[in-house]
Ligand binder design. Structure first.
Ligand SMILES: [Zn+2]
Length: 520
């Protein structure tokens, strides 16, 4: 592996190191043989097709040797699979194999988009039906009913499945993240034992004028999903950065070197334009300045989708005061979504949900772990030592001793402290360990909330939802409602905000909000 490849896989590797508590042996991990396969009954459905192609976009970013085996006679799907194999970015080997050969014992992991699995092999099975995503391991089977097409459920199933594969190839200990033997999750009502697949989708949806703010890993997942719906409307994509090599490991649509060094917003807009009926435009810049620029001013923006990794940009995006603002968020292990809707004033806006973090991340790390600045200024990938504990804050020493006994690195200790304190989606500055399937899980949650806001206003409003640890599966689901801060503009300026929204609606010819069109 050369240094460029190493950079490309650095973020997912960082997640693995956090989970296993020591450096990853990349040669060993990436030499493992993974088979991506499926059952015909599921692959012939639209959900099976989407889920399989989603897996094929995610898996080559975390596994090194992948063989794809699908049954004969799947027609168009086989062509799509071959085309994607030819174009998708991969760490090392990605090739078509023969379905008939059967799975031999020398295969280290099997990911199947289907319904049956085998107990004698490290086998992960996923599928979806409507809003329900399903995952099973250890010989557990899944329902065969995958008839109600919904790209959101399919992408969540793929995300959960690749998370299970990740645990197997990186050998994450079961005391850190035991296998999800059987999990189901509805993105409609967030139930982990859903009784029905939720409402079926209309054939066509017209979006209000929409901004996608952030074209990184979450933005890639959002664009992938938008391409899987029959949508029309205007979408403007904003991002301040260019793609870099490190994004290969986390961005589901980043396939070629031609995107490296180019505007994230432009690349993603070009990709989506080619695969969607949406009118897509792009702009490179900070949301704070783009917000008052000509492009945004020429639109009646009433829906904002955020895929951001910093609080100030979230605060700036909120100042557009759209009828619906959906904010995806990730950390190394968890995916979340925060929604602000003008028709639900009981929920906090982004400005009173997220407080601007201290500029100095080390201060926070020191506060949560008790470790001294001297320890935190050293290499965070090294194991915790007795000297670290002696220089740490006294009240945290017993907890740190337990981490020492577990052989944790400094990095893993910080993560453990943050997750035990329930800080959830607290974003760190600088190097961010990150996994592509966590970002796509966040994107699935976002587009689910978008559909609920646009098409199913009767669905229960959830201001904040997290799959706090994707490696624990649906059982880590946490929904919450944060009420607004009475001193925040969302409360003090509500009349003005509602007035502006009504005018915006009028300008766009009653095309938005209560008349969002969905031609069933
Ligand atoms: Zn607020």
């Amino acid at each position: 592996m050369n240094s460029s490849d190493s950079k490309a896989t650095s973020r997912p590797s960082g997640v693995a190191e956090m989970l296993i508590g020591h450096p990853v042996n990349k040669n060993k991990v990436l030499s493992k043989r993974v088979v991506l396969t499926g059952d015909r009954e599921v692959l012939v459905t639209e959900n099976g097709r989407m889920c399989f192609l989603d897996c094929l976009r995610l898996l080559p970013r975390v596994a090194g040797r992948i063989e794809v085996r699908i049954p004969d006679g799947l027609g168009d799907l086989e062509g799509e699979v071959r085309a994607l194999i030819a174009s998708v970015w991969r760490i090392d080997v990605l090739e078509m194999g023969r379905y008939q050969e059967g799975i031999q014992k020398d295969v280290q992991v099997i990911l199947s988009v289907g319904f049956c699995s085998r107990q004698d092999l490290p086998w992960v099975t996923v599928n979806s039906n409507g809003w329900i995503a399903r995952v099973a391991t250890h010989g557990e089977g899944l329902s065969k009913d995958t008839s109600q097409a919904n790209p959101v459920g399919a992408l969540m199933a793929a995300s959960m499945g690749v998370a299970e594969v990740f645990k197997l190839i990186y050998e994450v200990p079961s005391n850190v993240a035991p296998p999800v033997t059987k999990g189901e999750f509805s993105l409609y009502d967030f139930s982990t034992s859903p009784s029905d697949p939720g409402p079926s989708l209309p054939e066509h949806v017209t979006l209000p004028d929409t901004l996608l703010v952030g074209a990184g890993a979450i933005g890639n997942g959002v664009a992938l999903l938008l391409s899987q719906f029959n949508l029309s409307g205007r979408l403007h994509i904003i991002d301040k950065q260019d793609y870099g090599t490190e994004n290969f490991g986390t961005c589901a649509l980043l396939d070629g070197d031609d995107w490296i060094g180019s505007s994230k917003a432009n690349c993603l807009a070009n990709w989506l334009r080619a695969g969607s009926a949406l009118q897509v435009s792009a702009e490179q810049g900070l949301i704070d300045s783009v917000r008052s620029g000509l492009s945004v001013k020429s639109m009646n923006v009433d829906l904002v989708l955020n895929g951001l990794d910093e609080v100030p940009a979230r605060h700036d995006a909120q100042l557009l005061w759209p009828s619906v603002l959906i904010d995806g968020g990730i950390n190394a292990i968890g995916a979340g979504v925060v929604t602000h809707r003008l028709d639900h004033p009981e929920g906090a806006c982004l400005r009173c949900t997220f407080s601007v973090p201290s500029r100095d991340e080390k201060v926070i790390q020191s506060k949560v772990t008790g470790l001294s600045r001297l320890s935190l200024d050293s290499d965070l990938g090294r194991p915790l030592t007795v000297a670290d504990i002696e220089s740490a804050e006294e009240s945290r020493r017993p907890w740190l001793r337990a981490k020492l006994a577990e052989g944790k690195t400094l990095c893993a200790t910080i993560t453990a402290a943050q997750s035990e304190l329930g800080l959830g989606i607290e974003i760190e500055e600088g190097f961010r360990p990150s996994a592509p399937f966590v970002a796509t899980a966040s994107a699935a949650l976002m587009i689910g909330e978008m559909l609920k806001a646009l098409i199913y206003p009767e669905a229960e409003f959830v201001q904040s939802f997290q799959l706090a640890n994707l490696f624990l599966g649906p059982s880590s689901a946490v929904a919450s409602l944060r009420n607004p801060d009475p001193a925040c503009e969302c409360v003090t300026h509500r009349d003005l905000v509602m007035d502006l929204a009504a005018k915006r609606r009028k300008r766009s010819g009653g095309h938005i909000c209560d008349e969002w069109m969905h031609d069933v």
